[in-house]
Design a protein around this ligand. Structure first.
Ligand SMILES: [Zn+2]
Length: 127
């Protein structure tokens, strides 16, 4: 007498009670026409701030990468090869008093930005 009973044990019925939550109204697939390249992780947002050449011809407010202070850059105007070339052209073809013009014009010079706090080179603005 082992006492076994072949009684049908009531298996716990898993009942889904309650209404299923509706799917979100927005779809997660990309809009038509935009085919992601294979292997690309969808949803990965690569935020890259490129600050290689943010400088303009005017002093700008930025954070110094060297001393990490918020500074207004100090600009220095440096003549470039283009400046000398224009000066030579003016000298030969127009008149020599105009030679100094390209050196005085912002549009013919490089503008270098420096930190007034630590004199670090911030960036350059090339024409
Ligand atoms: Zn600095």
């Amino acid at each position: 007498m082992s006492g076994d009973k072949m009684s049908g044990q009531a298996m716990p019925n898993v009942q889904y009670v309650g209404p299923q939550p509706p799917p979100p109204p927005y779809s997660t697939h990309p809009p038509p026409g935009v085919q992601p390249p294979p292997g690309a992780a969808i949803g990965t947002v690569t935020t890259t701030f490129i600050v290689t050449n943010p400088a303009g011809p005017d002093p700008m407010i930025t954070t110094c990468p060297s001393c990490h202070h918020q500074i207004v850059t100090r600009t220095e105007r440096n003549p470039t090869t283009k400046t000398h070339a224009i000066a030579c052209l003016l000298f030969w073809f127009i008149c020599w008093p105009c030679v100094c013009l390209p050196y005085c014009m912002d549009s013919c010079n490089n503008i270098d930005h420096y930190c007034p706090n630590c004199n670090a080179y911030i960036g350059g603005y090339k024409f």
